[in-house]
Structures are given as C-alpha cells and as structure tokens.
Design a protein around this ligand. Structure first.
Ligand SMILES: Nc1ncnc2c1ncn2[C@@H]1O[C@H](COP(=O)(O)OP(=O)(O)OP(=O)(O)O)[C@@H](O)[C@H]1O
Length: 766
C-alpha cells in the first residue's frame, strides 16, 4: 500500500477533520473557518455499475447493505472477479482498491503491487442512494439559500460516464419521476418555497413579499460560451461591472412563472447541448453546461393611501411599497467529463473536444490548488485561464454557497480516473467561500420593470379571458372584421384599376393633343396657322401636295424609262462592241498563231542556213585536200619526167569533181537535200563567196523568206500598235462613260484584251 497525499494515511488523518497545515487556529478564526467551510462542500457520489458494465467486467453485485456498504456475496466471490474498486463507509469515507476489492480480500495486496486509498468527505453517497436523497443531501440547502438572496452553486465533477448528468438532470424527463436530478428538483423547490412564503408564481404577490424568477442556460464548448436558449448567440464574452459583478454579456434571461415554464426552457436548452458518443458513454456531454436560476425577492411594506391610488397588491386603503430587494443566483453546473484519451479512444473532433475539456478542467484544478495552498489562498488566483473558472469565480473562493459533487464509477477499470477525481475533490475540500445575502437597491428598478411587464401581461391575460367569455361575440366581430377587410381589399383593387384606366386615358389624350399640335404646327396658310378643324383648306392642301408628289413621281418614272431605253441602246452598242472585240480577239489570235508559225519557219530556215554553211565548209575542206594532193602529185611528176605535166594548174584542180563521199548530194537542187553530212566545221574567210549554184540558190530563197516574214511581222506590229490598240482604248473609254447592265463584266473583258494587245506588241518588239 502506498502512502502520500490522498493515500491511506493522509486520508485517515483528514477523516478526523483536522485542519491542514497553514489553516487559522484561533477560536474566532475557527468559527469563521467553520462557517466558510460550510459554504464550500465537497461530496462524493459513487454510481452503481450499469448492466452492460456488469456483463462486460464480469463483476457480480448481488447485495447492497442498508448502511451503504457494498459487499459481494461470498459464494459469488472469485479471485478472477475483481469486484468494485470503490467501497464506501459510513457515508463519509471512501476507499479505492486498485484491481478491485476482491483481490484485496483474497490477500493479493500482500504482493505489494496494488494500491489502496482512503478519503474522507462531508458526504459520500454510495451507489444505492436515490436521486431524492442525493438532492436532499447535496443540493437542497444551497438551492433554497438562493431564494433568500445568496449565491449558490451545485457543481458536478467527474470522469466521463461517472454520472454527472444523471446527478444534475436525471435520466427521465417526466416531471414527477423519481429519477429526476438536481435541476428539476431545484426548480420545484424554488417555486414551492415562494408559494409557501406567501408568493405566487408569476404574480408572486402577497402582502409582504414579491418574487421574480428568471432562468438562463449556457454552455462552454471548445472554450466558447453560447446561449442554449438563444442559439444565435454564441461566442459570448464575460464582463465584470462594479454593480452587477461578473456576467455573461448577451446571455438571455427568461422570466418564468412556474416550474413547468422553467423546465421546458431547460429541456429546450439541453436538447441543444453538445453531446456525442464516446467509448465510455453513449451520450456524453461534450460541453460544460450551466443552468442559472436567478431569484429576486422584494419585501413590501404596507402604507396607507387614498382609495384611488391603492395598489392591487396592497390591502384596501393600503399600497405595497418595496423595502429591500434580494437577488440570489443559483448555478447548476454539469461539467463535461474528464477523460484519458487512450481510454476513451478519442480521435478527430472528439480528440479536439477532449483536449479543450481537459484543458479547462485542469484550469479548474489549478484554481483550486491556488485557493488551497498550504499557507491559504494565493494572492493571484488564475480564474482568467479559462472561461469555466472565470464564470465560476464567485463559486470558487468567492461569495457563494457551493457544493461540489464528485461522481465516480465503481469499476476497477475506472480506478485511475476515480483516484484522480478523489484527489481533486479532496483538494477542493479546503476551498473557503464567504457567502452573504445580495441586497441591491438598484435591483429594484429591474424588479419593477418586470413588475410592469407582469402587469401588462396580466392585463393582456384578463383581456383574453374576457374574450373567452364572450367568444360568440368575438367570432361575430371577427367575421365582420374579416368581411370589412375583404370589402376594403376589393375597393382598393377597384380603385387601383380605375386609377390605371384614368391614367391610360390621360396618356392617350396627351398623345392626341401632341399630334394635333404637331399637325397644327405644320399647317401654315398665308403666314397664319390654321386650325386642323378647317378641313376644306387642309384637304385642298393635301390634294395639292398629292398632285405635286404624283407629278414628281411621274417625271421620275419617265426618267427611269428613258434611262432604261438608254440602257437598252447601250446594251445593243455594247453587244456590238463585244462582237467587234471578239472578232478582233480572233484576228489577234490568228495573227499571233501566224506569227508563231513564221517564227518557227525562221528558226527552221536558220537551222537550214547553218546546215548549208557547214556543208559548204566541208566541200571547201575536201577541195583544199584535193588541191593539196594535186599539188603534191604535180610535184612528184615534175620530179619524174621534167616538162611532161607542167600544164596542170591548181585552178583546174579546184573545179575538178568533188570527192565521191559528197558528190551524190551536190547534184540535188533542193537546198534541204543539199545539206551536207556533219563534218569538221570551217569558217568562210571574209569576202569569200560560195560558188556552188545550188547552195547559192537555196540561200537566196531563204533570205527572201526571212525578209518577207520580217516585213509581215512589222506590218502586224504596226496594225496592232496603231490600229487595234487605239480602237480598243476607244471602246474602253466609251464604256466607262455609259452605264448599262453587265458593264462591269464587259469592262473587264476589254481590259483583258488591252493587256493582250500590249503583251503581243511587246513580244513582237523583242
Ligand atoms: N446514480 C446512478 N444510478 C443509476 N444510473 C446512473 C447513475 N449515475 C449514472 N448513471 C448512468 O450512467 C450512465 C452515464 O451517466 P451520465 O451520462 O450521467 O455520465 P456523465 O458523467 O454525465 O458522462 P459525461 O461526462 O460523458 O457526460 C447513464 O446511463 C446514467 O443513466
């Protein structure tokens, strides 16, 4: 077994009720200490195991003793079945057994591996304690003190799934169920108290006291405060004012006149509270929720007044005057459960929520630590570290009667969390609160404001009640009103239609007037404007105008007709031109083809000439060759017989018959036939003449033909340049001065012709 803070020894010592070190010890101080201790109570509630848990953990809970001790039936005990880890004694002492109580009773602790912790608290509620008893023990006195003007807080703290919501709210929502938690019971109690003290809900009036009850409901989810009764109000800020103290800005407050009204608002808000399923709790609260019930009470004194001024609250001839106002605020806090991430298996959004929850709970732990240090509360208490601690600032070490209920689960598997809760609660035990009645004269105004509102509501109610009595008449009136409404509607529709018609007529009239004035402006006779009604003159004028336009059109038609004729003529002329052009084009083509023929002929003749030249050169070569042979023969003859062949001359040798290879051709008279076979070319010397008559003859003929062609070509060129070209130019000029159908095409043709003529002339000049 381990000893230490919260361990067995420490818990045993504290169970004796001794003050921790550093606490004041003088008698007066002790008295004060005891009073302020009363203002902050810590209670433990151990919930019973749930059926599902019993199954899961295979723990057997068979009997629960009347004194609150929880025992296992011995015959069912088994070393394999650990039993609960929390045992409660005398409703004050709670012992935690690591591994479950069975293991301890089976003497397994001897191994020294298991821990046991014992703690003492003001009250420890064992699992069998019902809601009613729990309420009586933990909350009732705090709740009722708030009706008397104190601040009160009942706060449930504990591991997730340990029973906080069950304690604060209960599981069943029906108003009379025994499973109802602190909140519905507190609401009931407050209203009963008011009734028993002479007040009535809503009106709350008697001769001595008036009450006003209002509720608010907020949640702190992921460090953001939102109004559960006005869902559009979120991320609210906490403010502090001298007169009002701490308050949540923008948090709605609802005046309630009965427990039913208050609870319906509570359920409305609870339905909006952020919840979600965790591995431990199917419907786990993921936010800290605070249901606030503010009760204002006002003592009245009866003062005599004149009968006319007598207040309905006062007796006959008396008026009730407010004496003092007390305001008590009750915070009913259901915290989100502390949890270990590895146990709950939180991930994603749940993990974020879990972090925020643990963060604010650790801020709460820090505040408690600072309030309960060994030498008393520290100077600085970090209330501002979280929204939760800031809102609960008064409840923790301030002006408040506070009860903290720490809930634990009995399961051995929850041992670690239960131990942590116990340590937390044990520490909180040393918080000291100073509670005093809140009396605030300024609050009168608020109460009176609500009183006025109540009066208004009351008068509305009485009006409505009257209406109920005379329901038939009301229905008749309603029917009449409805009919009158319908008539009014119909009349309005008709009026609208009429107005539209009038407007339309007006518009038409205006247009007519405009037209008339336009026409009047146009009709000017003798320098004077004539009225349109003088229709004779107007008609005359119209007739004249008509005649004028008619004659104008006739003239135009005639012009058009004549131009049409012209166009016809032009067309004929153009046709003629076209014919002419076509003829000229044909002539041109014929001339060009003839020219081409001539050119070909010239080329042919030139080739022929060249052939003749070549032949001539060959003949001359042959002649030279024979001459040389002849000379050499003569020389050899002269050497052989002197004087015998001296008469032969080179000139004779020249006129001698040509060599046999060319003679067959030289006999022909045809120049073409006279063309020699290709041979070695030889140029004729200057001034040298061809003496071959056939060749000369052919040559002359060719020269004549070339000359003739040349003349013809020149003549054609002259005709083209000086006759056809001017003629075509003329036609082109004439065409551009006229206008006729297809003019464009004809002009294009003529332009093409001009180009053709020009190109031909140029080609012939080359
Ligand atoms: N004293 C009790 N008697 C019977 N059942 C209880 C008791 N306390 C809690 N339960 C049941 O245990 C379950 C968990 O309880 P509850 O939801 O109140 O836990 P919680 O501490 O508010 O959890 P969380 O922090 O996750 O919101 C519920 O089914 C509830 O009905």
């Amino acid at each position: 077994m381990l000893e230490g803070e919260g361990g067995f020894g420490a818990a045993a010592r504290l169970a004796e009720g001794k003050a921790p070190p550093g606490r004041p010890s003088s008698r007066r101080m002790e008295k004060k200490e005891s009073k302020s201790r009363q203002n902050f109570k810590v209670m433990i509630r151990v919930r019973p195991p749930l059926d599902v848990e019993i199954e899961r953990e295979q723990s057997i809970y068979k009997r629960i003793h009347e004194d609150g001790h929880m025992r296992l039936r011995s015959e069912m005990r088994s070393h394999c079945e650990p039993g609960p880890s929390v045992v409660v004694e005398k409703n004050k002492v709670v012992t935690l057994f690591e591994g479950g109580v069975n293991l301890w009773q089976g003497n397994h602790s001897a191994s020294g591996l298991l821990n046991m912790y014992k703690f003492t608290f003001d009250t420890v509620l064992p699992p069998q304690v019902k809601q009613q008893e729990m309420y009586q023990t933990c909350a009732k006195s705090v709740v009722l003190s708030t009706v008397e003007g104190y601040n009160g807080t009942v706060l449930a703290y504990g591991q997730t799934g340990s029973g906080k919501t069950h304690t604060m709210q209960g599981t069943v929502q029906t108003s009379r169920s025994g499973e109802r938690g602190i909140i519905p019971r507190a609401v009931d109690d407050i209203f009963s108290y008011i009734r028993n003290n002479g007040g009535a809900s809503g009106g709350f009036e008697n001769l001595s006291k008036k009450y006003l009850v209002r509720v608010s409901y907020l949640q702190i989810y992921n460090e953001q405060i939102s109004d559960l009764l006005k869902p559009d109000r979120s991320n609210l800020a906490i403010r502090e004012e001298k007169k009002r103290g701490l308050f949540v800005e923008g948090l709605s407050e609802w005046v309630v006149r009965s427990p039913g009204e208050a609870m319906s608002l509570f359920h409305e808000g609870a339905a909006r509270r952020a919840t979600g399923a965790t591995r431990i709790n199917e419907l786990s609260s993921r936010s800290h929720a605070i249901f606030i019930i503010t009760t204002e009470s006002c003592e009245l004194s009866q003062e005599p007044v004149s009968p006319a001024k007598a207040s309905p609250m006062g007796g006959r001839g008396y008026a009730a005057k407010p004496k003092k106002v007390q305001v008590g605020k009750l915070n009913l806090v259901d915290l989100a459960g502390s949890e270990r991430v590895n146990v709950t298996g939180a991930a994603g959004k749940r993990l974020e929520e879990c972090k925020m929850i643990n963060q604010s709970l650790s801020a709460l732990g820090k505040v408690i630590s600072c309030l309960t240090g060994p030498s008393g509360p520290q100077k600085h208490i970090p209330y501002r570290d979280s929204k939760l601690t800031r809102i609960l600032q008064d409840s923790l070490g301030g002006n408040c009667k506070t009860t903290m209920i720490a809930t634990v689960s009995p399961l051995p598997s929850s041992y670690a969390e239960s131990l942590s809760t116990m340590k937390f609660a044990h520490r909180a035990k040393y918080i000291r609160n100073d509670a005093y009645v809140n009396e605030d004269l300024d609050q009168k105004a608020l109460l009176q404001k609500y009183e006025a509102e109540l009066k208004k509501l009351r008068s509305e109610l009485s009006q409505k009640s009257k209406g109920l009595v005379d329901r038939r008449k009301l229905l008749e009136l309603e029917e009449e009103r409805r009919k009158a409404e319908q008539d009014k509607l119909a009349a309005m529709v008709a009026l609208e239609a009429q107005s539209r018609e009038i407007l339309r007529e007006k518009e038409e009239k205006r247009k007519l007037e405009d037209r008339i004035s336009d026409m009047q402006g146009q009709i000017v006779i003798g320098g004077q404007t004539t009225n349109i009604q003088e229709t004779h003159a107007f008609r005359e004028m119209l007739q004249k105008e008509h005649d004028r336009i008619k004659s104008e059109y006739e003239v135009k038609i005639r012009e058009l007709e004549s131009s049409l004729e012209n166009v016809g003529e032009n067309k004929a002329q153009i046709d003629r031109y076209k014919q002419l052009l076509l003829k000229q084009r044909d002539i041109m083509i014929a001339l060009t083809s003839r020219l081409n023929e001539r050119d070909e002929q010239i080329l042919y003749l030139q080739e022929e000439l060249q052939a003749y030249d070549q032949h001539q050169r060959q003949l001359e070569d042959a002649l030279d060759h024979r001459t040389a042979e002849l000379i050499s023969l003569k020389k050899s003859n002269a050497v052989r017989g002197k004087g015998e062949g001296a008469s032969a001359s080179p000139r004779q040798a020249i006129t001698a018959p040509p060599p046999p290879e060319v003679s067959h051709k030289s006999t022909s008279t045809d120049p073409v036939a006279a063309i020699p076979e290709p041979g070695r070319p030889r140029k004729m010397a200057k001034g040298e003449e061809n003496t071959n008559p056939n060749v000369l003859e052919g040559y002359k003929r060719l020269q004549m033909q070339v000359a003739n062609n040349s003349k013809e070509r020149t003549a054609l060129k002259t005709i083209l340049r000086h006759k056809i070209r001017p003629l075509v130019d003329d036609v082109r000029r004439n065409l551009s001065h006229k206008s006729f159908p297809e003019q464009e095409n004809v002009i294009k043709d003529v332009d093409a012709l001009i180009k053709l003529v020009t190109a031909t002339v140029n080609a012939m000049s080359l």
